[in-house]
Each structure stands twice: as C-alpha cells, then as structure tokens.
Design a binder for this molecule. Structure first.
Ligand SMILES: Cc1ncc(COP(=O)(O)O)c(C=O)c1O
Length: 396
C-alpha cells in the first residue's frame, strides 16, 4: 500500500453517508461565523427550516434542528414522545430498526418489534396484527425506518399507513428518513406521518453534524403531556423565536450555511429531477451488479426488486469471498470507497452508495474501481458489468 497521503485526483466516496459534499456546500461553510444577533443568521436558520419543510412536503409541522447526528435525532424523538414504561412498536427493517429499538429501551420505554426477514421490507401485515391486538391502545407510536441503509431496502410507507388505518389504532406514525430523504419520494402530510427525523450527511449532501425532526400538531400534544425529564432535546423549549433557545445554545452556524446551500441546490435542480437522477444512478448500479452476479459469487441482498433502494445497493457475497479485502483494494489502489456490512451483515456484504451529489461519471468510476478490485482479488464476477451500466446510462 502506498503510504504517501497525497492522492492525485479525487478519491470517490460511495458510502451511503457520509456522501460526497458539493463544492457549493463546502464554500458556503467556509465563512466566518456571525454575531448571534446578526439578522443574517436568523435568515439562514429560516431558510433551513423552510427548505426542510418544503422537502418533507409538510405545511405546518414544526422543524427542530440539532447539532447532532442521526442518533441524536432518534434520541430527540424517543424522549419527546415516550414516557417512562410506555410502549412503542418498532417495525423490523434490520440493523437500523434494531439500533433504534435498543436506544429507545436505554431511555426507559418499552419496545415491541415486528420480525424482520433478511432482504425484505417492513411486514405491514405484522404491524397491523400487533396494533389490532393492542385493544387497550397502549402503543404510543409506530417507528419505521424508510430506507434501512444496512440492507439497502426501502419500505412502502403507504402500505404501512394503510395497515395502521385498517387497525384503527391511534398510534403516532414516526418515520426515519435519514437515508431516504432527497433520494426517494416522501411526502409527510400526504402519508399521514406525524414525526419525521433525518440527518445531514446523506441525501442532504452536507457533512455529518446536523440532525432534525419535523413534528405535527398531534405529536406536539403528546410531547406536551410527556413527563420524561429532558432539556437539550426538548421540543417545547426549542419552540422559540430566539436562535439561542431554538438550538439550546449556540447554533451550528457553518453547518446551517451548508444545509441552506444544499437545499437551494436541490430546489434549483428540481425535486422531481433529483429523484429521477437517483433512480437512474440506482438502476445503473443494479445493472452492473446483475451482470457481476452471473458468475455466482455475488447476489442482491434485497430480495424484492421494487424495494431495492435508490440510495444504496447492498451486495451479498458468497462463502470464500472477503468483502473487506476487496473494499480496501478499491479504496487504496483504485480510489473509490464503498461501504461494508453492518451488524449481522458484517463480512457478508458490501454496499455501494449512490445518493446525494452524484453523477454518471462518478458512478462509472466507482463501478470500474469495484470491478478492478474484484479482478485483483480473484472474485468471480460476470465481465460485462460496466457495459451494462453504460447501456443503462445511455438509455436514460
Ligand atoms: C437509516 C438510518 N438511521 C439512523 C442512522 C444513524 O445516523 P448517525 O450515524 O448519523 O447517528 C443511520 C446512519 O447511517 C441510518 O442510516
């Protein structure tokens, strides 16, 4: 391995978050901080709140932005909605539903889980059954991860909402869009979602460091009545016009400037175009993976083709294939970083991120680097992956 830290050219970042940060965002962040009474700071904050509301497609929800990562946004949701010993139903999606559930339990609430079958989306029928069986209406909320970044599977929120309605259960619908926002269609109000949470470092094209929650009026009343002790995360305290209160202290100004710039880029391109581009990037990666898999050593982890995510593709490797060694070669020799497996998938998969600030050349560069690394490592793969990717991009 070359120990010289200087790499000529760019190293491509194809982790499903953090993702590539556009120059416009980097430049927006490279500014001096402002005096906290400067009206320009209030304008930046307002642009972020309004932009997130627009992106989430919600008219009246409150938006709370935290100097935190996605785990911080989870904590905010957990402690604002759930009282000690109260129950939440976490819909099984794999690594991230389980991580969220464990974090809920750590803060003193009780978790019910629906089972997760590897490679499959949320089982909406299982959610409906659990809600129907809850005749005392003890379940406060259903927590669902839209795209599970570990499995690369996106669940159909419409059928989940329909299952909740069919059970005629008043539980709040709470959705984690950390990995899906800006990459897959999502409309908070239309889907009847009460609370959404996300983070900056994926489809939002910013560095890690901002988490947020959007909260509708019904969820705010649950928050108001919830006795859980809290301060930093408390939505009631953050409902303030003063930026120092809104952020429970000094706002993370430079990240907010970055978020403002990133949201402007999304709206300038047009959300429909952004989503169409993600769909094309995802189909391009899948075309290559389909071809690679013909040699029998690699398979799509997502078992349901229409549930495969537009943000990330998870590729299962056969016995005898070391995805970590392949990743190291792809990163160190061919300058493209792809992600490894998380939790129970560690050592069994690798993941290609294709979300955020992504274009055809970047995708082809990444696929070329992965194919080159597989060649170096002697991993059997169908040889025309790149040709299939080019064909997909050419057809548009
Ligand atoms: C779907 C999902 N939720 C939550 C998280 C946690 O976010 P963070 O790593 O920023 O704490 C992640 C991280 O990748 C994620 O993919």
């Amino acid at each position: 391995m070359n120990s010289n830290p200087r790499i000529p050219g760019h190293r491509l970042l194809h982790s499903p978050g953090p993702s590539h940060v556009p120059d416009e965002v980097i430049h927006a962040m490279s500014r001096q901080p402002m005096d906290m009474a400067d009206p320009r700071l209030a304008q930046v904050i307002e642009a972020c709140e309004m932009g997130l509301r627009r992106l989430l497609q919600t008219e009246n929800s409150d938006v709370f932005i935290y100097a935190a990562n996605g785990h911080g946004a989870w904590e905010a949701v957990n402690v604002n909605l759930l009282g000690p010993g109260q129950t939440v139903l976490v819909a099984g999606t794999g690594h991230f539903s389980e991580s969220w559930a464990v974090q809920v339990e750590a803060t003193g609430a009780r978790v019910m889980r629906t089972p997760w079958a590897e490679g499959y989306p949320i089982d909406a029928n299982a959610v409906e059954q659990v809600l129907r069986a809850d005749t005392q209406k003890e379940i406060v909320a259903v927590f669902a991860v839209h795209t599970d970044t570990a499995s690369g599977v996106t669940s159909d929120l419409r059928s989940l909402r329909a299952a909740m309605d069919a059970a005629d259960h008043p539980a709040l619908f709470v959705v984690d869009v950390v990995a899906s926002l800006g990459a897959a269609p999502f409309a908070m109000d239309e889907l009847g979602v009460n609370v959404v949470l996300g983070a900056s470092q994926k489809g939002l094209m910013c560095p890690p460091g901002l988490g947020f929650a959007a909260v509708d009026a019904r969820a705010m009343t649950i928050c108001d009545r919830n006795p859980t002790p809290r301060f930093y995360w408390d939505w009631r305290l953050r409902k303030s016009e003063l930026s120092y209160r809104k952020f429970c202290g000094t706002p993370p100004q430079n990240l907010l400037r970055g978020l403002e710039a990133a949201l402007a880029l999304i709206f300038e391109e047009g959300l429909d175009n952004v989503l169409a581009r993600h769909d094309l990037m995802a189909r391009t990666v899948r075309a290559a993976v389909q071809s690679w898999s013909e040699a029998g050593a690699l398979h799509f982890f997502g078992r349901v083709p229409e549930s495969r995510s537009s943000s990330v593709t998870t590729i299962l490797v056969g016995a005898g294939v070391d995805p970590e060694a392949m990743r190291t070669v792809a990163r160190e020799r061919f300058q493209a970083s792809v992600a490894g497996g998380l939790g129970p998938l560690a050592g069994r998969v690798f993941r290609i991120g294709h979300l955020g600030d992504m274009n055809a050349a970047m995708i082809l560069g990444c696929l070329g680097a992965v194919q080159a690394a597989m060649t170096v490592q002697g991993i059997p793969h169908g040889r025309d992956g790149l040709q299939k990717a080019i064909a997909c991009l050419s057809a548009g």
